[in-house]
Design a protein around this ligand. Structure first.
Ligand SMILES: Cc1cc2nc3c(=O)[nH]c(=O)nc-3n(C[C@H](O)[C@H](O)[C@H](O)COP(=O)(O)OP(=O)(O)OC[C@H]3O[C@@H](n4cnc5c(N)ncnc54)[C@H](O)[C@@H]3O)c2cc1C
Length: 392
């Protein structure tokens, strides 16, 4: 194998990748797996896991090495997310939305913004996420109402955000605002700021959820919140909508990887259980009805995994990959829901019990269909790109 083939994008060697995977696998078995059920059922924030994730460098996974990150390619990052999510999907949300914020700075920020924020993001000293959604606007981002109005060398921000992951434990957020609320089309008046919690920025509510426990989702309120103009991403107003679209590709690849992992965990548990559980004098895997489920699940998991890797590799080649990321996110999240339900059927009554992990997969999986752009929207993106790439 040539040296070029051994090096991943961003300069991480295959050996380094293997070392990272080994360290993560060891950590998952030693520190994470034993506590998942207890923390998930209590909806308790895993502070010690966050400290361990800092040590593993996960908060800087896809941040360039020159800014203190690990410099992983999107493909390596997707594999990391799959490994961790097979054990506990929710904790990947603690570093994923943080890394979308970091990606915005890395891709679009000024050099001053990169030098100030990226090393702090990479070490986990500053942690946070992405503030797009508002009570009246999720899919329809151009309808957001949070305003940032320039006042000398500052902007004054008023408005609110909802469903923001890491909203309580995080201290720094990429906030999508309207800097020109009256312009048409509306997307031309949208801008991102990197904001740190301070006077005028409050957490008004913790959101209670079906699944995705232990990670905090919150409503944030901004009242005459003063932000230095130098925190405007790229230093130019009106770029926010375009930047959000750029950040979402990596977010969608990540959600797709989480979907693969939930489906894969449901499959692995089912393969094990179907050999242990006996009915009518034989293990249940010997019944054709169970074999059909296992065959379907295994095929879909592998197909979803390939779609994720295809999208991640296109992202690493810096190709436009909204269609590939959309396909991966759509398919992987739908099969996560399907496989969680099939695993529950295979486990019978035990699948419904809190003693097993299946009920958690079942509660966690549907979020993958909603987050980072709903699956309805993914199919529309795929169709639009199909036409754009195949004009007559
Ligand atoms: C646990 C959790 C964590 C989250 N974390 C974050 C976060 O960290 N940061 C953040 O900014 N947001 C976050 N979100 C918000 C999430 O991104 C939004 O919920 C999502 O984008 C959908 O927006 P909505 O809920 O407003 O639904 P809506 O936009 O109101 O959509 C409702 C329904 O209408 C459909 N729909 C809407 N428009 C169209 C259309 N044009 N054509 C066809 N169908 C359409 C949708 O697909 C959906 O089925 C989180 C949400 C959850 C539940």
């Amino acid at each position: 194998m040539s040296v070029a083939e051994q090096i991943n994008y961003e300069g991480l060697t295959k050996d380094e990748e293997v070392q990272i995977f080994e360290a993560i696998d060891k950590w998952l078995e030693r520190d994470v797996r034993p506590i998942v059920k207890k923390y998930d059922h209590a909806d308790k924030y895993p502070h010690e896991i966050v400290e361990q994730m800092k040590e593993l460098g996960l908060f800087g996974a896809i941040i360039d090495q020159k800014y203190g990150g690990l410099g992983m390619s999107a493909a390596t990052y997707a594999k990391v997310v799959m490994r961790i999510s097979e054990v506990w999907m929710a904790i990947t949300g603690i570093f994923n939305s943080h890394l979308i914020m970091a990606t915005l700075v890395q891709r679009f920020g000024t050099e001053e913004q990169k030098q100030y924020f990226l090393p702090r993001f990479a070490s986990g000293e500053l942690r946070g996420g992405l503030g797009l959604t508002e009570p009246n606007a999720g899919t329809d981002l151009q309808s957001i109402r949070t305003k940032a109005i320039k006042n000398g060398d500052h902007y004054i921000i008023n408005g609110s955000k909802t469903w923001i992951s890491n909203g309580i434990q995080g201290t720094c957020f990429a906030l999508l605002t309207k800097t020109n609320p009256d312009i048409s089309p509306a997307h031309k008046g949208m801008s991102f700021f990197i904001v740190e919690k301070a006077e005028g920025f409050t957490v008004s509510k913790k959101m209670e959820k079906l699944g995705y426990k232990s990670i905090d989702s919150a409503e944030l309120v901004f009242e005459n919140f003063k932000v230095p103009a130098k925190n405007l991403v790229c230093g130019e107003e009106g770029q926010g909508f375009y930047q959000a679209a750029g950040g979402l590709e990596i977010g969608r690849i990540n959600v797709a990887a989480r979907g693969v992992a939930i489906a894969s965990a449901a499959l692995k548990d089912s393969v094990r259980y179907s050999q242990e559980r006996q009915t009518f004098g034989k293990p249940i895997y010997k019944h054709q009805a169970i074999q059909l489920k296992l065959g379907d699940m295994a095929t879909k998991v592998e197909a979803a995994r390939l779609l994720v890797m295809q999208a991640a590799e296109a992202y690493d080649r810096e190709e436009r990959c909204d269609m590939e990321a959309g396909m991966a996110k759509y398919f992987a999240s739908e099969i996560a829901v399907e496989c969680a339900l099939e695993a529950m059927r295979i486990h019978g009554g035990y699948g419904y019990s809190k003693e097993f992990d299946i009920e958690r997969y079942f509660r966690d999986a549907p979020l993958m269909c909603i987050g980072e752009g709903t699956n309805e929207i993914q199919r529309m993106i795929i169709a639009k790109q199909l036409i754009a790439r195949n004009p007559i």
